[in-house]
Every structure is written in structure tokens, then in C-alpha cells.
Design a protein around this ligand. Structure first.
Ligand code: WT7
Length: 648
């Protein structure tokens, strides 16, 4: 692996930002970090003390069964109480919790007192439909306030939520519902995206057809009190949320949860065909998202915080719902596309709602660059004080554009590196402290002890990213597959380090530069897609004999997918018709967002003499690199013909 990036620009936190920040000197950061590593139990015990516990923990960390770590052992708490009730009952009752804007421009505001009532009512509806502590519920909703409300309602009564991003297909819903034995699916009558309505309910109907575990489908109307969008209801199974809500009270006590009770499952792709249900528990995840939000976004009382992610991904779980709300912040939430009705929409939202913190993905930033400066130049953006990025490495050019055009050279940028599995951010600048370098996620958060290692476990400047000790937000396992959990994350270096699957470089200042995945996972627009998952979809088509999918650099998406497809019989050329069928198959089995950029049909694929497809060569072909060693190929001629096809 080689890191070609050399970036020597450095940006110090603006003095005005530094002055009011929670942490505002490098010495303070270093000292706190040192303590957090030397004595994690004191550090995290103190952090947890800022939250509410029904019963204090007996032990902060139990690592006796590593890598199955337990945090705040014996402690009892409820993350919904910490995120909602604490504010709804005090002087923040009238503070805005959620400021929401729909794609068509409709708006809703929920104060913390409103949020408590709505969440309690939702929780009572769940109970009235037979949901109890420990039951799993799938949630397939658009970005409307009820998505946050549903998630918090589950947490309130101890039901385990499994949110499925609303871009996933019926087939993906089915896989996830069955894997988790979900008793209920919560969906909606529709949501707006790029000017049209997503027909969520009919996708769910298709998805749960063979799921005997599902007792109810709860349907939330997109327009409360207004017109419903049309959808078919099944008598004995489907329930309109508003009708059920009218019959229950808006008072519902929080369930006292054990710190290690399961809070949620979130499915993500790995290097094999089957998505894995990542497990996060109540206590550790709660403390970790609380503290990372506070310090990395430097949350202050009057901030209006906007994270543009969908709650269907981990970013939305941790940094729309649980993190900011456990800090009592005002969260801006937007339903639709960034370029609807025009590419100025995000900036219009910033100005209109006076957002102070803006957190988005590099792929969005690159799209805005491409749409043209005039869209961002039209707006003031003077409410902003902090910017963030997440999801993939950011190229320095995009970083500089973000810094100049959006941040007006006034806002620090926090480049946050983390994963579904880590629960919260592990590498990031602290905005009032850390000098930033475009493209680097800089330094570790408290309690995080990272290293760059070679496979033998020696520290190197470019190699594999590794995390030496556990932090409270670390995943507790893969649902139903303890073996895969150990194999995936703990197989290297005698199980002494967590292995995230990323490659990284460390520079002379000790800064980390995460360069991307080193496994068969491709990061398309910040969405993780396993190449094996896609390959298994393609070979389901009767014309396909074999297939290899690779990731290639993509101007906007960061990475794009290219599929090399070997057809059955002698027809190597394929047709546009077949190409369409294969794309439809991907949309049907996974979701539209997983469709490849390019499908290349071929009569042969480059293989070693033992029959292994040489993906490295396919990557060289796709990126136009000089071809690596071809002498081990069974048939070196294949490469030349593929090269021609690729460029035609
Ligand atoms: C993978 C995790 C974390 C929420 C969104 C994605 C890549 C994430 C960065 C960053 C470089 C990054 C990594 C990681 N990644 N953030 N700031 N710089 N790479 O969550 O779907 O679990 O994907 O995204 O490759 O392993 P995810």
C-alpha cells in the first residue's frame, strides 16, 4: 500500500472559536488524552457521571472475556431519559429539540417537552401492539420527525431498533427482518425525495411477505392531521399510527435498562455476501456518543446543529439522535435531496434556520463544487461556526473549497473518522485545539489509542490502522455470529488490537491519514458496499457465469463500482438489454444506490493458473495504471481484450 498524498498546509483554530470552546489548548487535550489512556476507568466513570443512572455501575470496564467487552457493569440507565426527559422536565422544556423541514418546504418544530410527549405516545402505541422489552423492531421511514421519535420510543421501553435506510429494497428488508426476527415494521405512507414520493409501504409489503415473525406493520402518515398518501392496508396486520395514537396516553415511564442491554442493531456490509447486524448496547454507546458530540462539535447552549446524514445510517443514529440530544441541543433535520428544487437548498436551510454547525459527507461537498459556486455564493452562511465531514477520505481540494466557500475561512473543519462498528468518532480534530491539515482526521479522541501497523504488528508509517484498547462505544458483536465478530475484527495481531479494515498513514506530527478500505468493501458516496454482496446478486442471473466487482476512484462518489461479468455460452458481448436487467436486479436485491457505474461483459476474466480471479489486474485496467505482473495469468491475452473493452 502506498499513500501518495502530501499535504503541508496547516490551519489553526480561529482565536474567537478557541476562546469559548469546551477544550481550548493542546496541553489540555494531551493531558486529558494521557489520563484517558492510562486510567480509562476513571476517565469514563467521570464522563458517565454527567448522565442519569437509576443505579450506578459496579465496574466501568470488564475485559475478562475480551474481545467481548462490557462497560458500566451493573449500571442501570435509559438513553431516552438522558436524551429527552432530562431536558423536558427542566428549564429547557421549551427549547427546540427538532427543527424539521420537508422537501416541499413544510416545517415542524418539536420542543423537548413536545418530544417527550410524542416519544411517550409512540412508546405506548408500541406497547399496545404487544411490544415488550427485548423485542426487535425494524424501522423503514423517510427523514421525518417520527423517525427520531420511533427510535427514541424503542429505547424508552427497551425494544431493540433495527433501522433500515429507506433506499434499501424489499429483498434487503426481508433479509434484515428475518435475521433479527423483528416483530414489527414501522414504515410510512411516503416521503419526498427529488420531487416525488417514495412508496415505502408497498416496498415493506413486498419485503415482509415471507416473514412470519412480523405481527404488525405500523404506518406513520407523512402529513400529521393532513392528507394521507394512498397505500394498501392489510386488516389483521397493518395499523395507522395516528389512529392508534389517539387511543393511548402521552405518559410512559422509561424502562430501567441494564448498561449492557441491547439498544440497537444496524446492518452493514462486510467482505462476505451477507450483511452483518452490528450490536450496540445502552450504557457504553450512550456515554460515548454523549461525550464525542460535546467535544468534537463543541456543542454550546444556543447552537443549531445540522447533520445531513440519514438516520438510516450510523451517522444519523449517533449524531442526529443520541449524541446531540443527550447534550440537549437543537437539531435541524431535513427530509429531501440537496439539489431540490435547486442546488442552493442546503445553504437556504442554513440561512433560514441559522444553523451554527454543519456536518456532511465529502461526496456532497464534491457535488456542490460541481454544481457551481453561484449556488453557495447566493447565501450568507454567517450563522455557521463549525463544519464537519464524515464517511470517506476527503481530498484536499474539496476540503479547501469547503473551508473557503462554506466556512468563509472562519470555521474550523472536523474530519471525523469512524465506523458503524465504533459507535462514535475515534479520530478527529477538537475544533478549538487541533491545527488541521486538509485530508487528515488528525488525532485520537479520548480513550482511543490507535496505531499504524504492518501485519507483523510493528509500527510503520504506512500500513493498517489498529486500535489498541476498547472504548465504550465499541460494537458488542455481530447479531447471531460471534465467530464472524472475532474473525473480522480481532483476527490480526493475536487479538490485541481492533482491526477496522482501513489503511492509514501517520505523519511526523503523529497525525493519522486514513486512506481507505483494505478489504473487499467499497465506499460509494459514503455508503459501504461489499463487492461479494454485489457479485452474488449478479450470478443469480441465468446468463451470468461469473463476476468480479471492484471499486474505482470516482470524481463525486469517492469510489464507484465496476462489474466484470462473464456470460454463459459464447455470447461475450452482452447487450444493453442485459445490462439493464442486471442493474434492475441490483436495485431489487440491494437498492438503487448499489448499482455499478459500469458493467463490462467479457468472454473471460484474468485468472491465476489455480483459477483465482486477479482483481488487482482488473483494478489496474479500470484505473488505467500500468499493468502489474501478468506472468502468473493462465491466459495473458485476456487482459488486452479487457483493456480495449473498458476504454470503448
Ligand atoms: C468506513 C466506515 C462513520 C459513519 C459513516 C460511514 C470510511 C469514514 C472517514 C473519514 C476516511 C472514512 C472508512 C471506514 N470513513 N469516515 N473521516 N476519513 N475514511 O460508516 O458505513 O460504517 O463506513 O468509512 O473506510 O472504515 P460506515
Amino acid at each position: 500500500m502506498e499513500s501518495v498524498l502530501h499535504e503541508d498546509r496547516v490551519f489553526n483554530p480561529p482565536e474567537s472559536f478557541r476562546k469559548t470552546a469546551h477544550i481550548n489548548s493542546m496541553e489540555a487535550y494531551r493531558e486529558m488524552h494521557r489520563k484517558s489512556i492510562e486510567d480509562p476507568e476513571s476517565f469514563w466513570g467521570e464522563a458517565a457521571g454527567s448522565l442519569h443512572w437509576y443505579r450506578k455501575w459496579d465496574r466501568v470496564l470488564d475485559d475478562s472475556e475480551a474481545p467481548f467487552f462490557k462497560w458500566f457493569v451493573g449500571g442501570r440507565t435509559n438513553i431516552c431519559h438522558n436524551a429527552v426527559d432530562r431536558w423536558a422536565e427542566g428549564d429547557k422544556a421549551g427549547k427546540k429539540a427538532i427543527v424539521w423541514e420537508g422537501e416541499p418546504g413544510d416545517q415542524r418544530v418539536l420542543t423537548y417537552a413536545d418530544l417527550k410527549r410524542e416519544v411517550s405516545r409512540f412508546a405506548n402505541v408500541l406497547k399496545s401492539l404487544g411490544i415488550r422489552k427485548g423485542d426487535t423492531i425494524a424501522i423503514y421511514l423517510p427523514m421525518i420527525p417520527e423517525l427520531a421519535v420511533a427510535v427514541l420510543a424503542c429505547a424508552r421501553i427497551g425494544a431493540v431498533h433495527s433501522v433500515i435506510f429507506a433506499g434499501f429494497s424489499a429483498e434487503s428488508i426481508k433479509d434484515r427482518v428475518l435475521d433479527a426476527s423483528s416483530k414489527m415494521v414501522i414504515t410510512g405512507d411516503g416521503g419526498w425525495r427529488r420531487g416525488s414520493v417514495l412508496p415505502l409501504k408497498s416496498v415493506v409489503d413486498q419485503g415482509v411477505r415471507e416473514c412470519d415473525c412480523v405481527e404488525h406493520v405500523l404506518v406513520v402518515p407523512r402529513n400529521p392531521g393532513g392528507e394521507r398518501m394512498e397505500c394498501e392496508m392489510q386488516d389483521d396486520r397493518d395499523v395507522w399510527y395516528d389512529e392508534a395514537a389517539a387511543t393511548v396516553s402521552d405518559d410512559c415511564p422509561c424502562e430501567e435498562m441494564d448498561a449492557e442491554d441491547l439498544l440497537f442493531l444496524l446492518y452493514t456490509s462486510g467482505s462476505t455476501g451477507k450483511p452483518k447486524g452490528i450490536m450496540h448496547t445502552v450504557g457504553g454507546y450512550g456515554v460515548y456518543t454523549y461525550l464525542t458530540s460535546k467535544y468534537i462539535f463543541d456543542l454550546q447552549e444556543d447552537d443549531v446543529y445540522w447533520c445531513t446524514a440519514d438516520i438510516g445510517w450510523i451517522t444519523g443514529h449517533s449524531y442526529i439522535v443520541y449524541g446531540p440530544m443527550q447534550n440537549g441541543s437543537t437539531v435541524l433535520m431535513y427530509e429531501g435531496a440537496p439539489n431540490h428544487p435547486d442546488p442552493g437548498r442546503f445553504w437556504d436551510l442554513v440561512d433560514k434556520h441559522q444553523a451554527t454547525i454543519f456536518y456532511t459527507a465529502p461526496t456532497a461537498i464534491r457535488a456542490f463544487m460541481k454544481w457551481g459556486d453561484e449556488w453557495v455564493d447566493k447565501y450568507k452562511l454567517d450563522s455557521l461556526r463549525l463544519l464537519g465531514t464524515v464517511g470517506e477520505p476527503i481530498n484536499p481540494e474539496a476540503w479547501m473549497w469547503y473551508h473557503r466557500k462554506v466556512g468563509k475561512e472562519r470555521c474550523p473543519i472536523v474530519d471525523t473518522w469512524w465506523q458503524t462498528e465504533t459507535g462514535g468518532v475515534l479520530l478527529s480534530p477538537l475544533p478549538g485545539v487541533t491545527p488541521t491539515k486538509p485530508g487528515s482526521a488528525t488525532l485520537p479522541f479520548f480513550g482511543v489509542d490507535p496505531a499504524v501497523l504492518n501485519p507483523a504488528g510493528e509500527e510503520v508509517s504506512t500500513g493498517l490502522l489498529a486500535i489498541r484498547q476498547p472504548w465504550p462505544g465499541i460494537l458488542r458483536g455481530i447479531w447471531g455470529d460471534a465467530e464472524r465478530f472475532k474473525q473480522t475484527y480481532w483476527c490480526n495481531w493475536d487479538g490485541k488490537y481492533y482491526f477496522p479494515g482501513d489503511g492509514a498513514r501517520r505523519d511526523d506530527d503523529g497525525y493519522f491519514w486514513v486512506v481507505g478500505r483494505v478489504d473487499d468493501v467499497v465506499n460509494v458516496s459514503g455508503h459501504r458496499i461489499g463487492t461479494a454482496e454485489l457479485e452474488s446478486v449478479f450470478v443469480e442471473h441465468s446468463n451470468v457465469a461469473e463476476c468480479a466487482v471492484i471499486g474505482v476512484p470516482h470524481e463525486i462518489k469517492g469510489q464507484g463500482l465496476v462489474a466484470f461479468v462473464l456470460l454463459r455460452g459464447t455470447d461475450a458481448d452482452g447487450s444493453d438489454e442485459l445490462r439493464k436487467e442486471l442493474n434492475n436486479l441490483v436495485a431489487e436485491k440491494i437498492g438503487k444506490f448499489a448499482r455499478p457505474e459500469k458493467i463490462i461483459f467479457s468472454a473471460d476474466l484474468p485468472k491465476t493458473r489455480s483459477g483465482k480471479i486477479m482483481r488487482r489486474l482488473l483494478r489496474d485496467i479500470a484505473t488505467g495504471n500500468a499493468l502489474g505482473n501478468v506472468t502468473t495469468l493462465a491466459d495473458p491475452g485476456v487482459v488486452e481484450s479487457l483493456k480495449k473493452k473498458y476504454s470503448s
